[in-house]
Design a protein around this ligand. Sequence first.
Ligand SMILES: C[S@@+](CC[C@H](N)C(=O)[O-])C[C@H]1O[C@@H](n2cnc3c(N)ncnc32)[C@H](O)[C@@H]1O
Length: 201
Amino acid sequence: MRLADARKDHYRKLAKDQGLRARSAYKLQQLNDSYHLLKKGSKVIDLGCAPGGWLQIATRLVGATGKVVGIDLKPVEPVVGAVIMQGNIEDPEMKVRISETLGGKADVLLSDLAPNVSGVWDIDHARQISLTQTALQFGGTVLKVGGSAIFKVFEGDMLDDLKAELKQNFGKVQLSKPSASRQESSELYVVCMDFRHNTSQ
Ligand SMILES: C[S@@+](CC[C@H](N)C(=O)[O-])C[C@H]1O[C@@H](n2cnc3c(N)ncnc32)[C@H](O)[C@@H]1O
């Protein structure tokens, strides 16, 4: 078995043993082990939350005093401690509903959003970047000044421009590849800290 397949199998088995819905849950756990963005009491929004792996990790990390709201196009089985909405992040109504449900601005915005892949690299890369830009705009209205965000991205020629855009909005921007993310995949996470301004104002 190739090393990459063995690692994938390892996380899949671990997720099953630990009652986690998706291997991807370990990506958030590992990112948080490195950056400590989600803390007890944090208010968190999870964009593209199905099937709920990140929600499971986020609710554990923020505890009973925190709040987690997730949204996805697809239905998601309930996760104890999270409020889940079915909808499109491109729908302005969803921003309002999420803010109302959260009861204030978020400390952390999570985006593991992934478009339906066409298999044509340029198209998929452009869709992913566009989804991340929508997530960033979403952050502009829902994220606290000083807050943090994690955005899933894919390597490609539009990534530098996206990073530049993120740097205009956050004091610190770092690329990270958690070991639970397949090494042969071009997936990366942009970890952003110290949200500077509210782009909606
Ligand atoms: C990789 S999955 C997320 C996995 C999740 N973090 C977990 O651990 O279970 C990406 C999700 O993004 C969602 N998505 C893509 N575009 C969306 C949109 N415009 N609005 C809401 N959700 C979207 C997809 O439906 C998909 O479920």
